[in-house]
Design a protein around this ligand. Structure first.
Ligand code: NDP
Ligand code: 8X3
Length: 252
């Protein structure tokens, strides 16, 4: 059902975005894979080009000029986008609000909220004009529930939750599906980024239980975009068996 559809994936250089690119390539979707790390995009393109057509776009979602110029530069074979997966995002720090680092706050709000908006602003008019499309916004359980020290990251994902709903309301009647997938704990580079390269602290987040893996989320994204034309998965939260909430995780 997604053969030859063009899928635009932000944050495809690792974790959930990379797993999604791999799975979608195996389904013969045409891919536009994005991220800041050119070397990773190049090697993923090399690998996936054996099965499908792949185009890379290197940009920082915080830089709106770059977002718009890169998306405007898409070659004609990739300029009609069918599916947008707004996945790029991260957490910076895990500090109580009174000790929070302002650069961390800026990064989370600029990337997770404003970056998602810039990319969407560049692509939504194309979907509206073609009267067809599907937007998947990667939210989080942190967008449904606030946990201690999560403050600004949780705020950014609550914003994604609101933007997802706002997009669905405003695009109603235009042939465009909008839905969010909200994962709980997924073992990716997420915690390494959050803890600024402290890989020991990062790996502890996923110890003592079986977390979700990026392939689990890719599988759910594929499910969401392969429903019949009249079915839209509006908002889906997924956790591993051991997780009951952001703070309740059954660790052995
Ligand atoms: P990773 O750190 O593995 O991947 C993050 C991706 O986002 C990378 O490809 C990175 O690419 C890209 N990215 C980050 N900052 C920017 C930027 N400024 N401009 C462009 N691209 C950027 O983490 P995940 O795969 O876990 O995260 C993917 C999404 O899933 C995020 O939105 C995250 O909030 C969400 N999520 C993650 C959960 C988890 O437990 N892991 C749970 C719930 C939601 P590059 O560095 O090359 O730019
Ligand atoms: C990522 C999941 O619980 O670390 O969004 O915030 S959590």
């Amino acid at each position: 059902m997604i053969t030859n559809k063009t899928v635009f994936i932000t944050g495809a250089t690792s974790g959930i975005g990379e797993a999604t690119a791999r799975l979608f390539a195996s389904e013969n979707a045409k891919l536009i894979i994005c991220g800041r790390r050119q070397d990773r995009l190049d090697s993923l393109k090399k690998e996936l080009s054996e099965t499908t057509e792949v185009h890379t776009l290197t940009f920082d979602v915080r830089n709106k000029e770059e977002v718009f110029s890169k998306i405007a530069s898409l070659p004609s074979a990739f300029s009609k986008i069918d599916i947008l997966i707004n996945n790029a995002g991260n957490a910076h720090g895990l500090d109580p609000i009174q000790k929070g680092n302002i650069e961390d706050w800026d990064a989370m709000l600029d990337i997770n909220v404003k970056g998602l908006l810039y990319v969407s602003k560049a692509i939504i008019p194309k979907l509206v004009a073609q009267k067809n499309g599907h937007i998947i916004n990667i939210g989080s359980t942190a967008g449904k529930e606030v946990y201690p020290n999560g403050n600004v990251y949780c705020a950014s994902k609550h914003a994604v939750d609101a933007i997802n709903e706002g997009m669905r309301l405003d695009l109603n009647g235009k042939g465009i599906k909008v839905g969010a997938i909200n994962p709980g704990l997924v073992e990716t580079e997420f915690s390494e980024v959050r803890f600024k390269g402290d890989s020991q602290r990062a790996s502890k987040v996923y110890q003592g239980y079986t977390p979700l893996y990026p392939e689990d989320i890719a599988d759910i994204i594929l499910f969401a975009v392969t429903r019949p034309p009249h079915v839209n998965i509006a908002d889906l939260t997924v956790m591993c068996l051991a997780q009951a909430s952001s703070t309740i995780v059954d660790k052995k």
